[in-house]
Write a protein that binds this ligand. Structure first.
Ligand code: GTP
Ligand code: MG
Length: 190
């Protein structure tokens, strides 16, 4: 795949608007502010392909980006408490609506902040992916915030807490320092 050539396609505010999947899809899911949109930018070496913010709740629609051979999907985050109830419901509809469709899921990248213990909503997400039989990987974000030693400790702790089977890949990344992206690109290409 050519990671140097990517284009924004469209945003969707309701899952029933989503077109059928015509390309294999790589979706980015995780809590609000975990770094989904930043990861897409780092993956493609682009500064503002996807909109990023310090404030959680930035991505409020499903956003499609396309390369020559795949579609990349930036999803709204889950678990942001300080958003209006109506918005929360709409985001949940988007995320669940997307995953419940009959789509060509090539890989779900499940992002988890490397600094924290496993959260209930992450356990729910990963449980869902396993039950649905979707191909997924856990990608730990913001590794630049920890020492190498702490990164290894947290990765082992999170693998245990998330009860990941051995065959589920776990990557340590930093979008800020561009760490782990060769491995992520390899995983996506597989
Ligand atoms: P929502 O769209 O709100 O769900 O958030 P998101 O998961 O898309 O996160 P986003 O990419 O907008 O990043 C949230 C914040 O985390 C921003 O301030 C980013 O600069 C920061 N961030 C993302 N990745 C990293 C990283 O690898 N290291 C550090 N230090 N900060 C990061
Ligand atoms: Mg976002």
């Amino acid at each position: 795949m050519n990671f140097n050539k990517v284009a924004f396609e469209r945003s969707f505010g309701i899952s029933s608007q989503l077109p059928p999947s015509t390309l294999p899809e790589v979706a980015f899911a995780g809590r609000s502010n975990v770094g989904k949109s930043s990861m897409l930018n780092a993956l493609f070496g682009r500064k503002s392909l996807a909109k990023v913010s310090q404030k959680p709740g930035k991505t409020s629609t499903i956003n499609f980006f396309a390369t020559d051979t795949a579609r990349f999907v930036d999803l709204p985050g889950y678990g942001y408490a300080r958003v209006a109830k109506s918005e929360k419901g709409r985001w949940a509809e988007l995320i669940e609506g997307y995953f419940n469709q009959d789509r060509n899921f090539a890989l779900v990248v499940s992002l988890v902040d490397i600094r924290h213990e496993a959260q209930q909503l992450d356990l729910n997400m990963i449980g869902f992916l396993q039950e649905a039989g979707l191909p997924f990987a856990v990608v730990l974000t913001k590794a630049d915030k920890l020492s190498k030693n702490q990164q290894n400790k947290q990765a082992a702790l999170l693998r245990r807490q998330l009860a990941l089977p051995d065959d589920v890949p776990m990557l340590v990344t930093s979008s800020e320092k561009k760490i782990g992206f060769d491995n992520l690109r390899k995983l996506i290409e597989q």
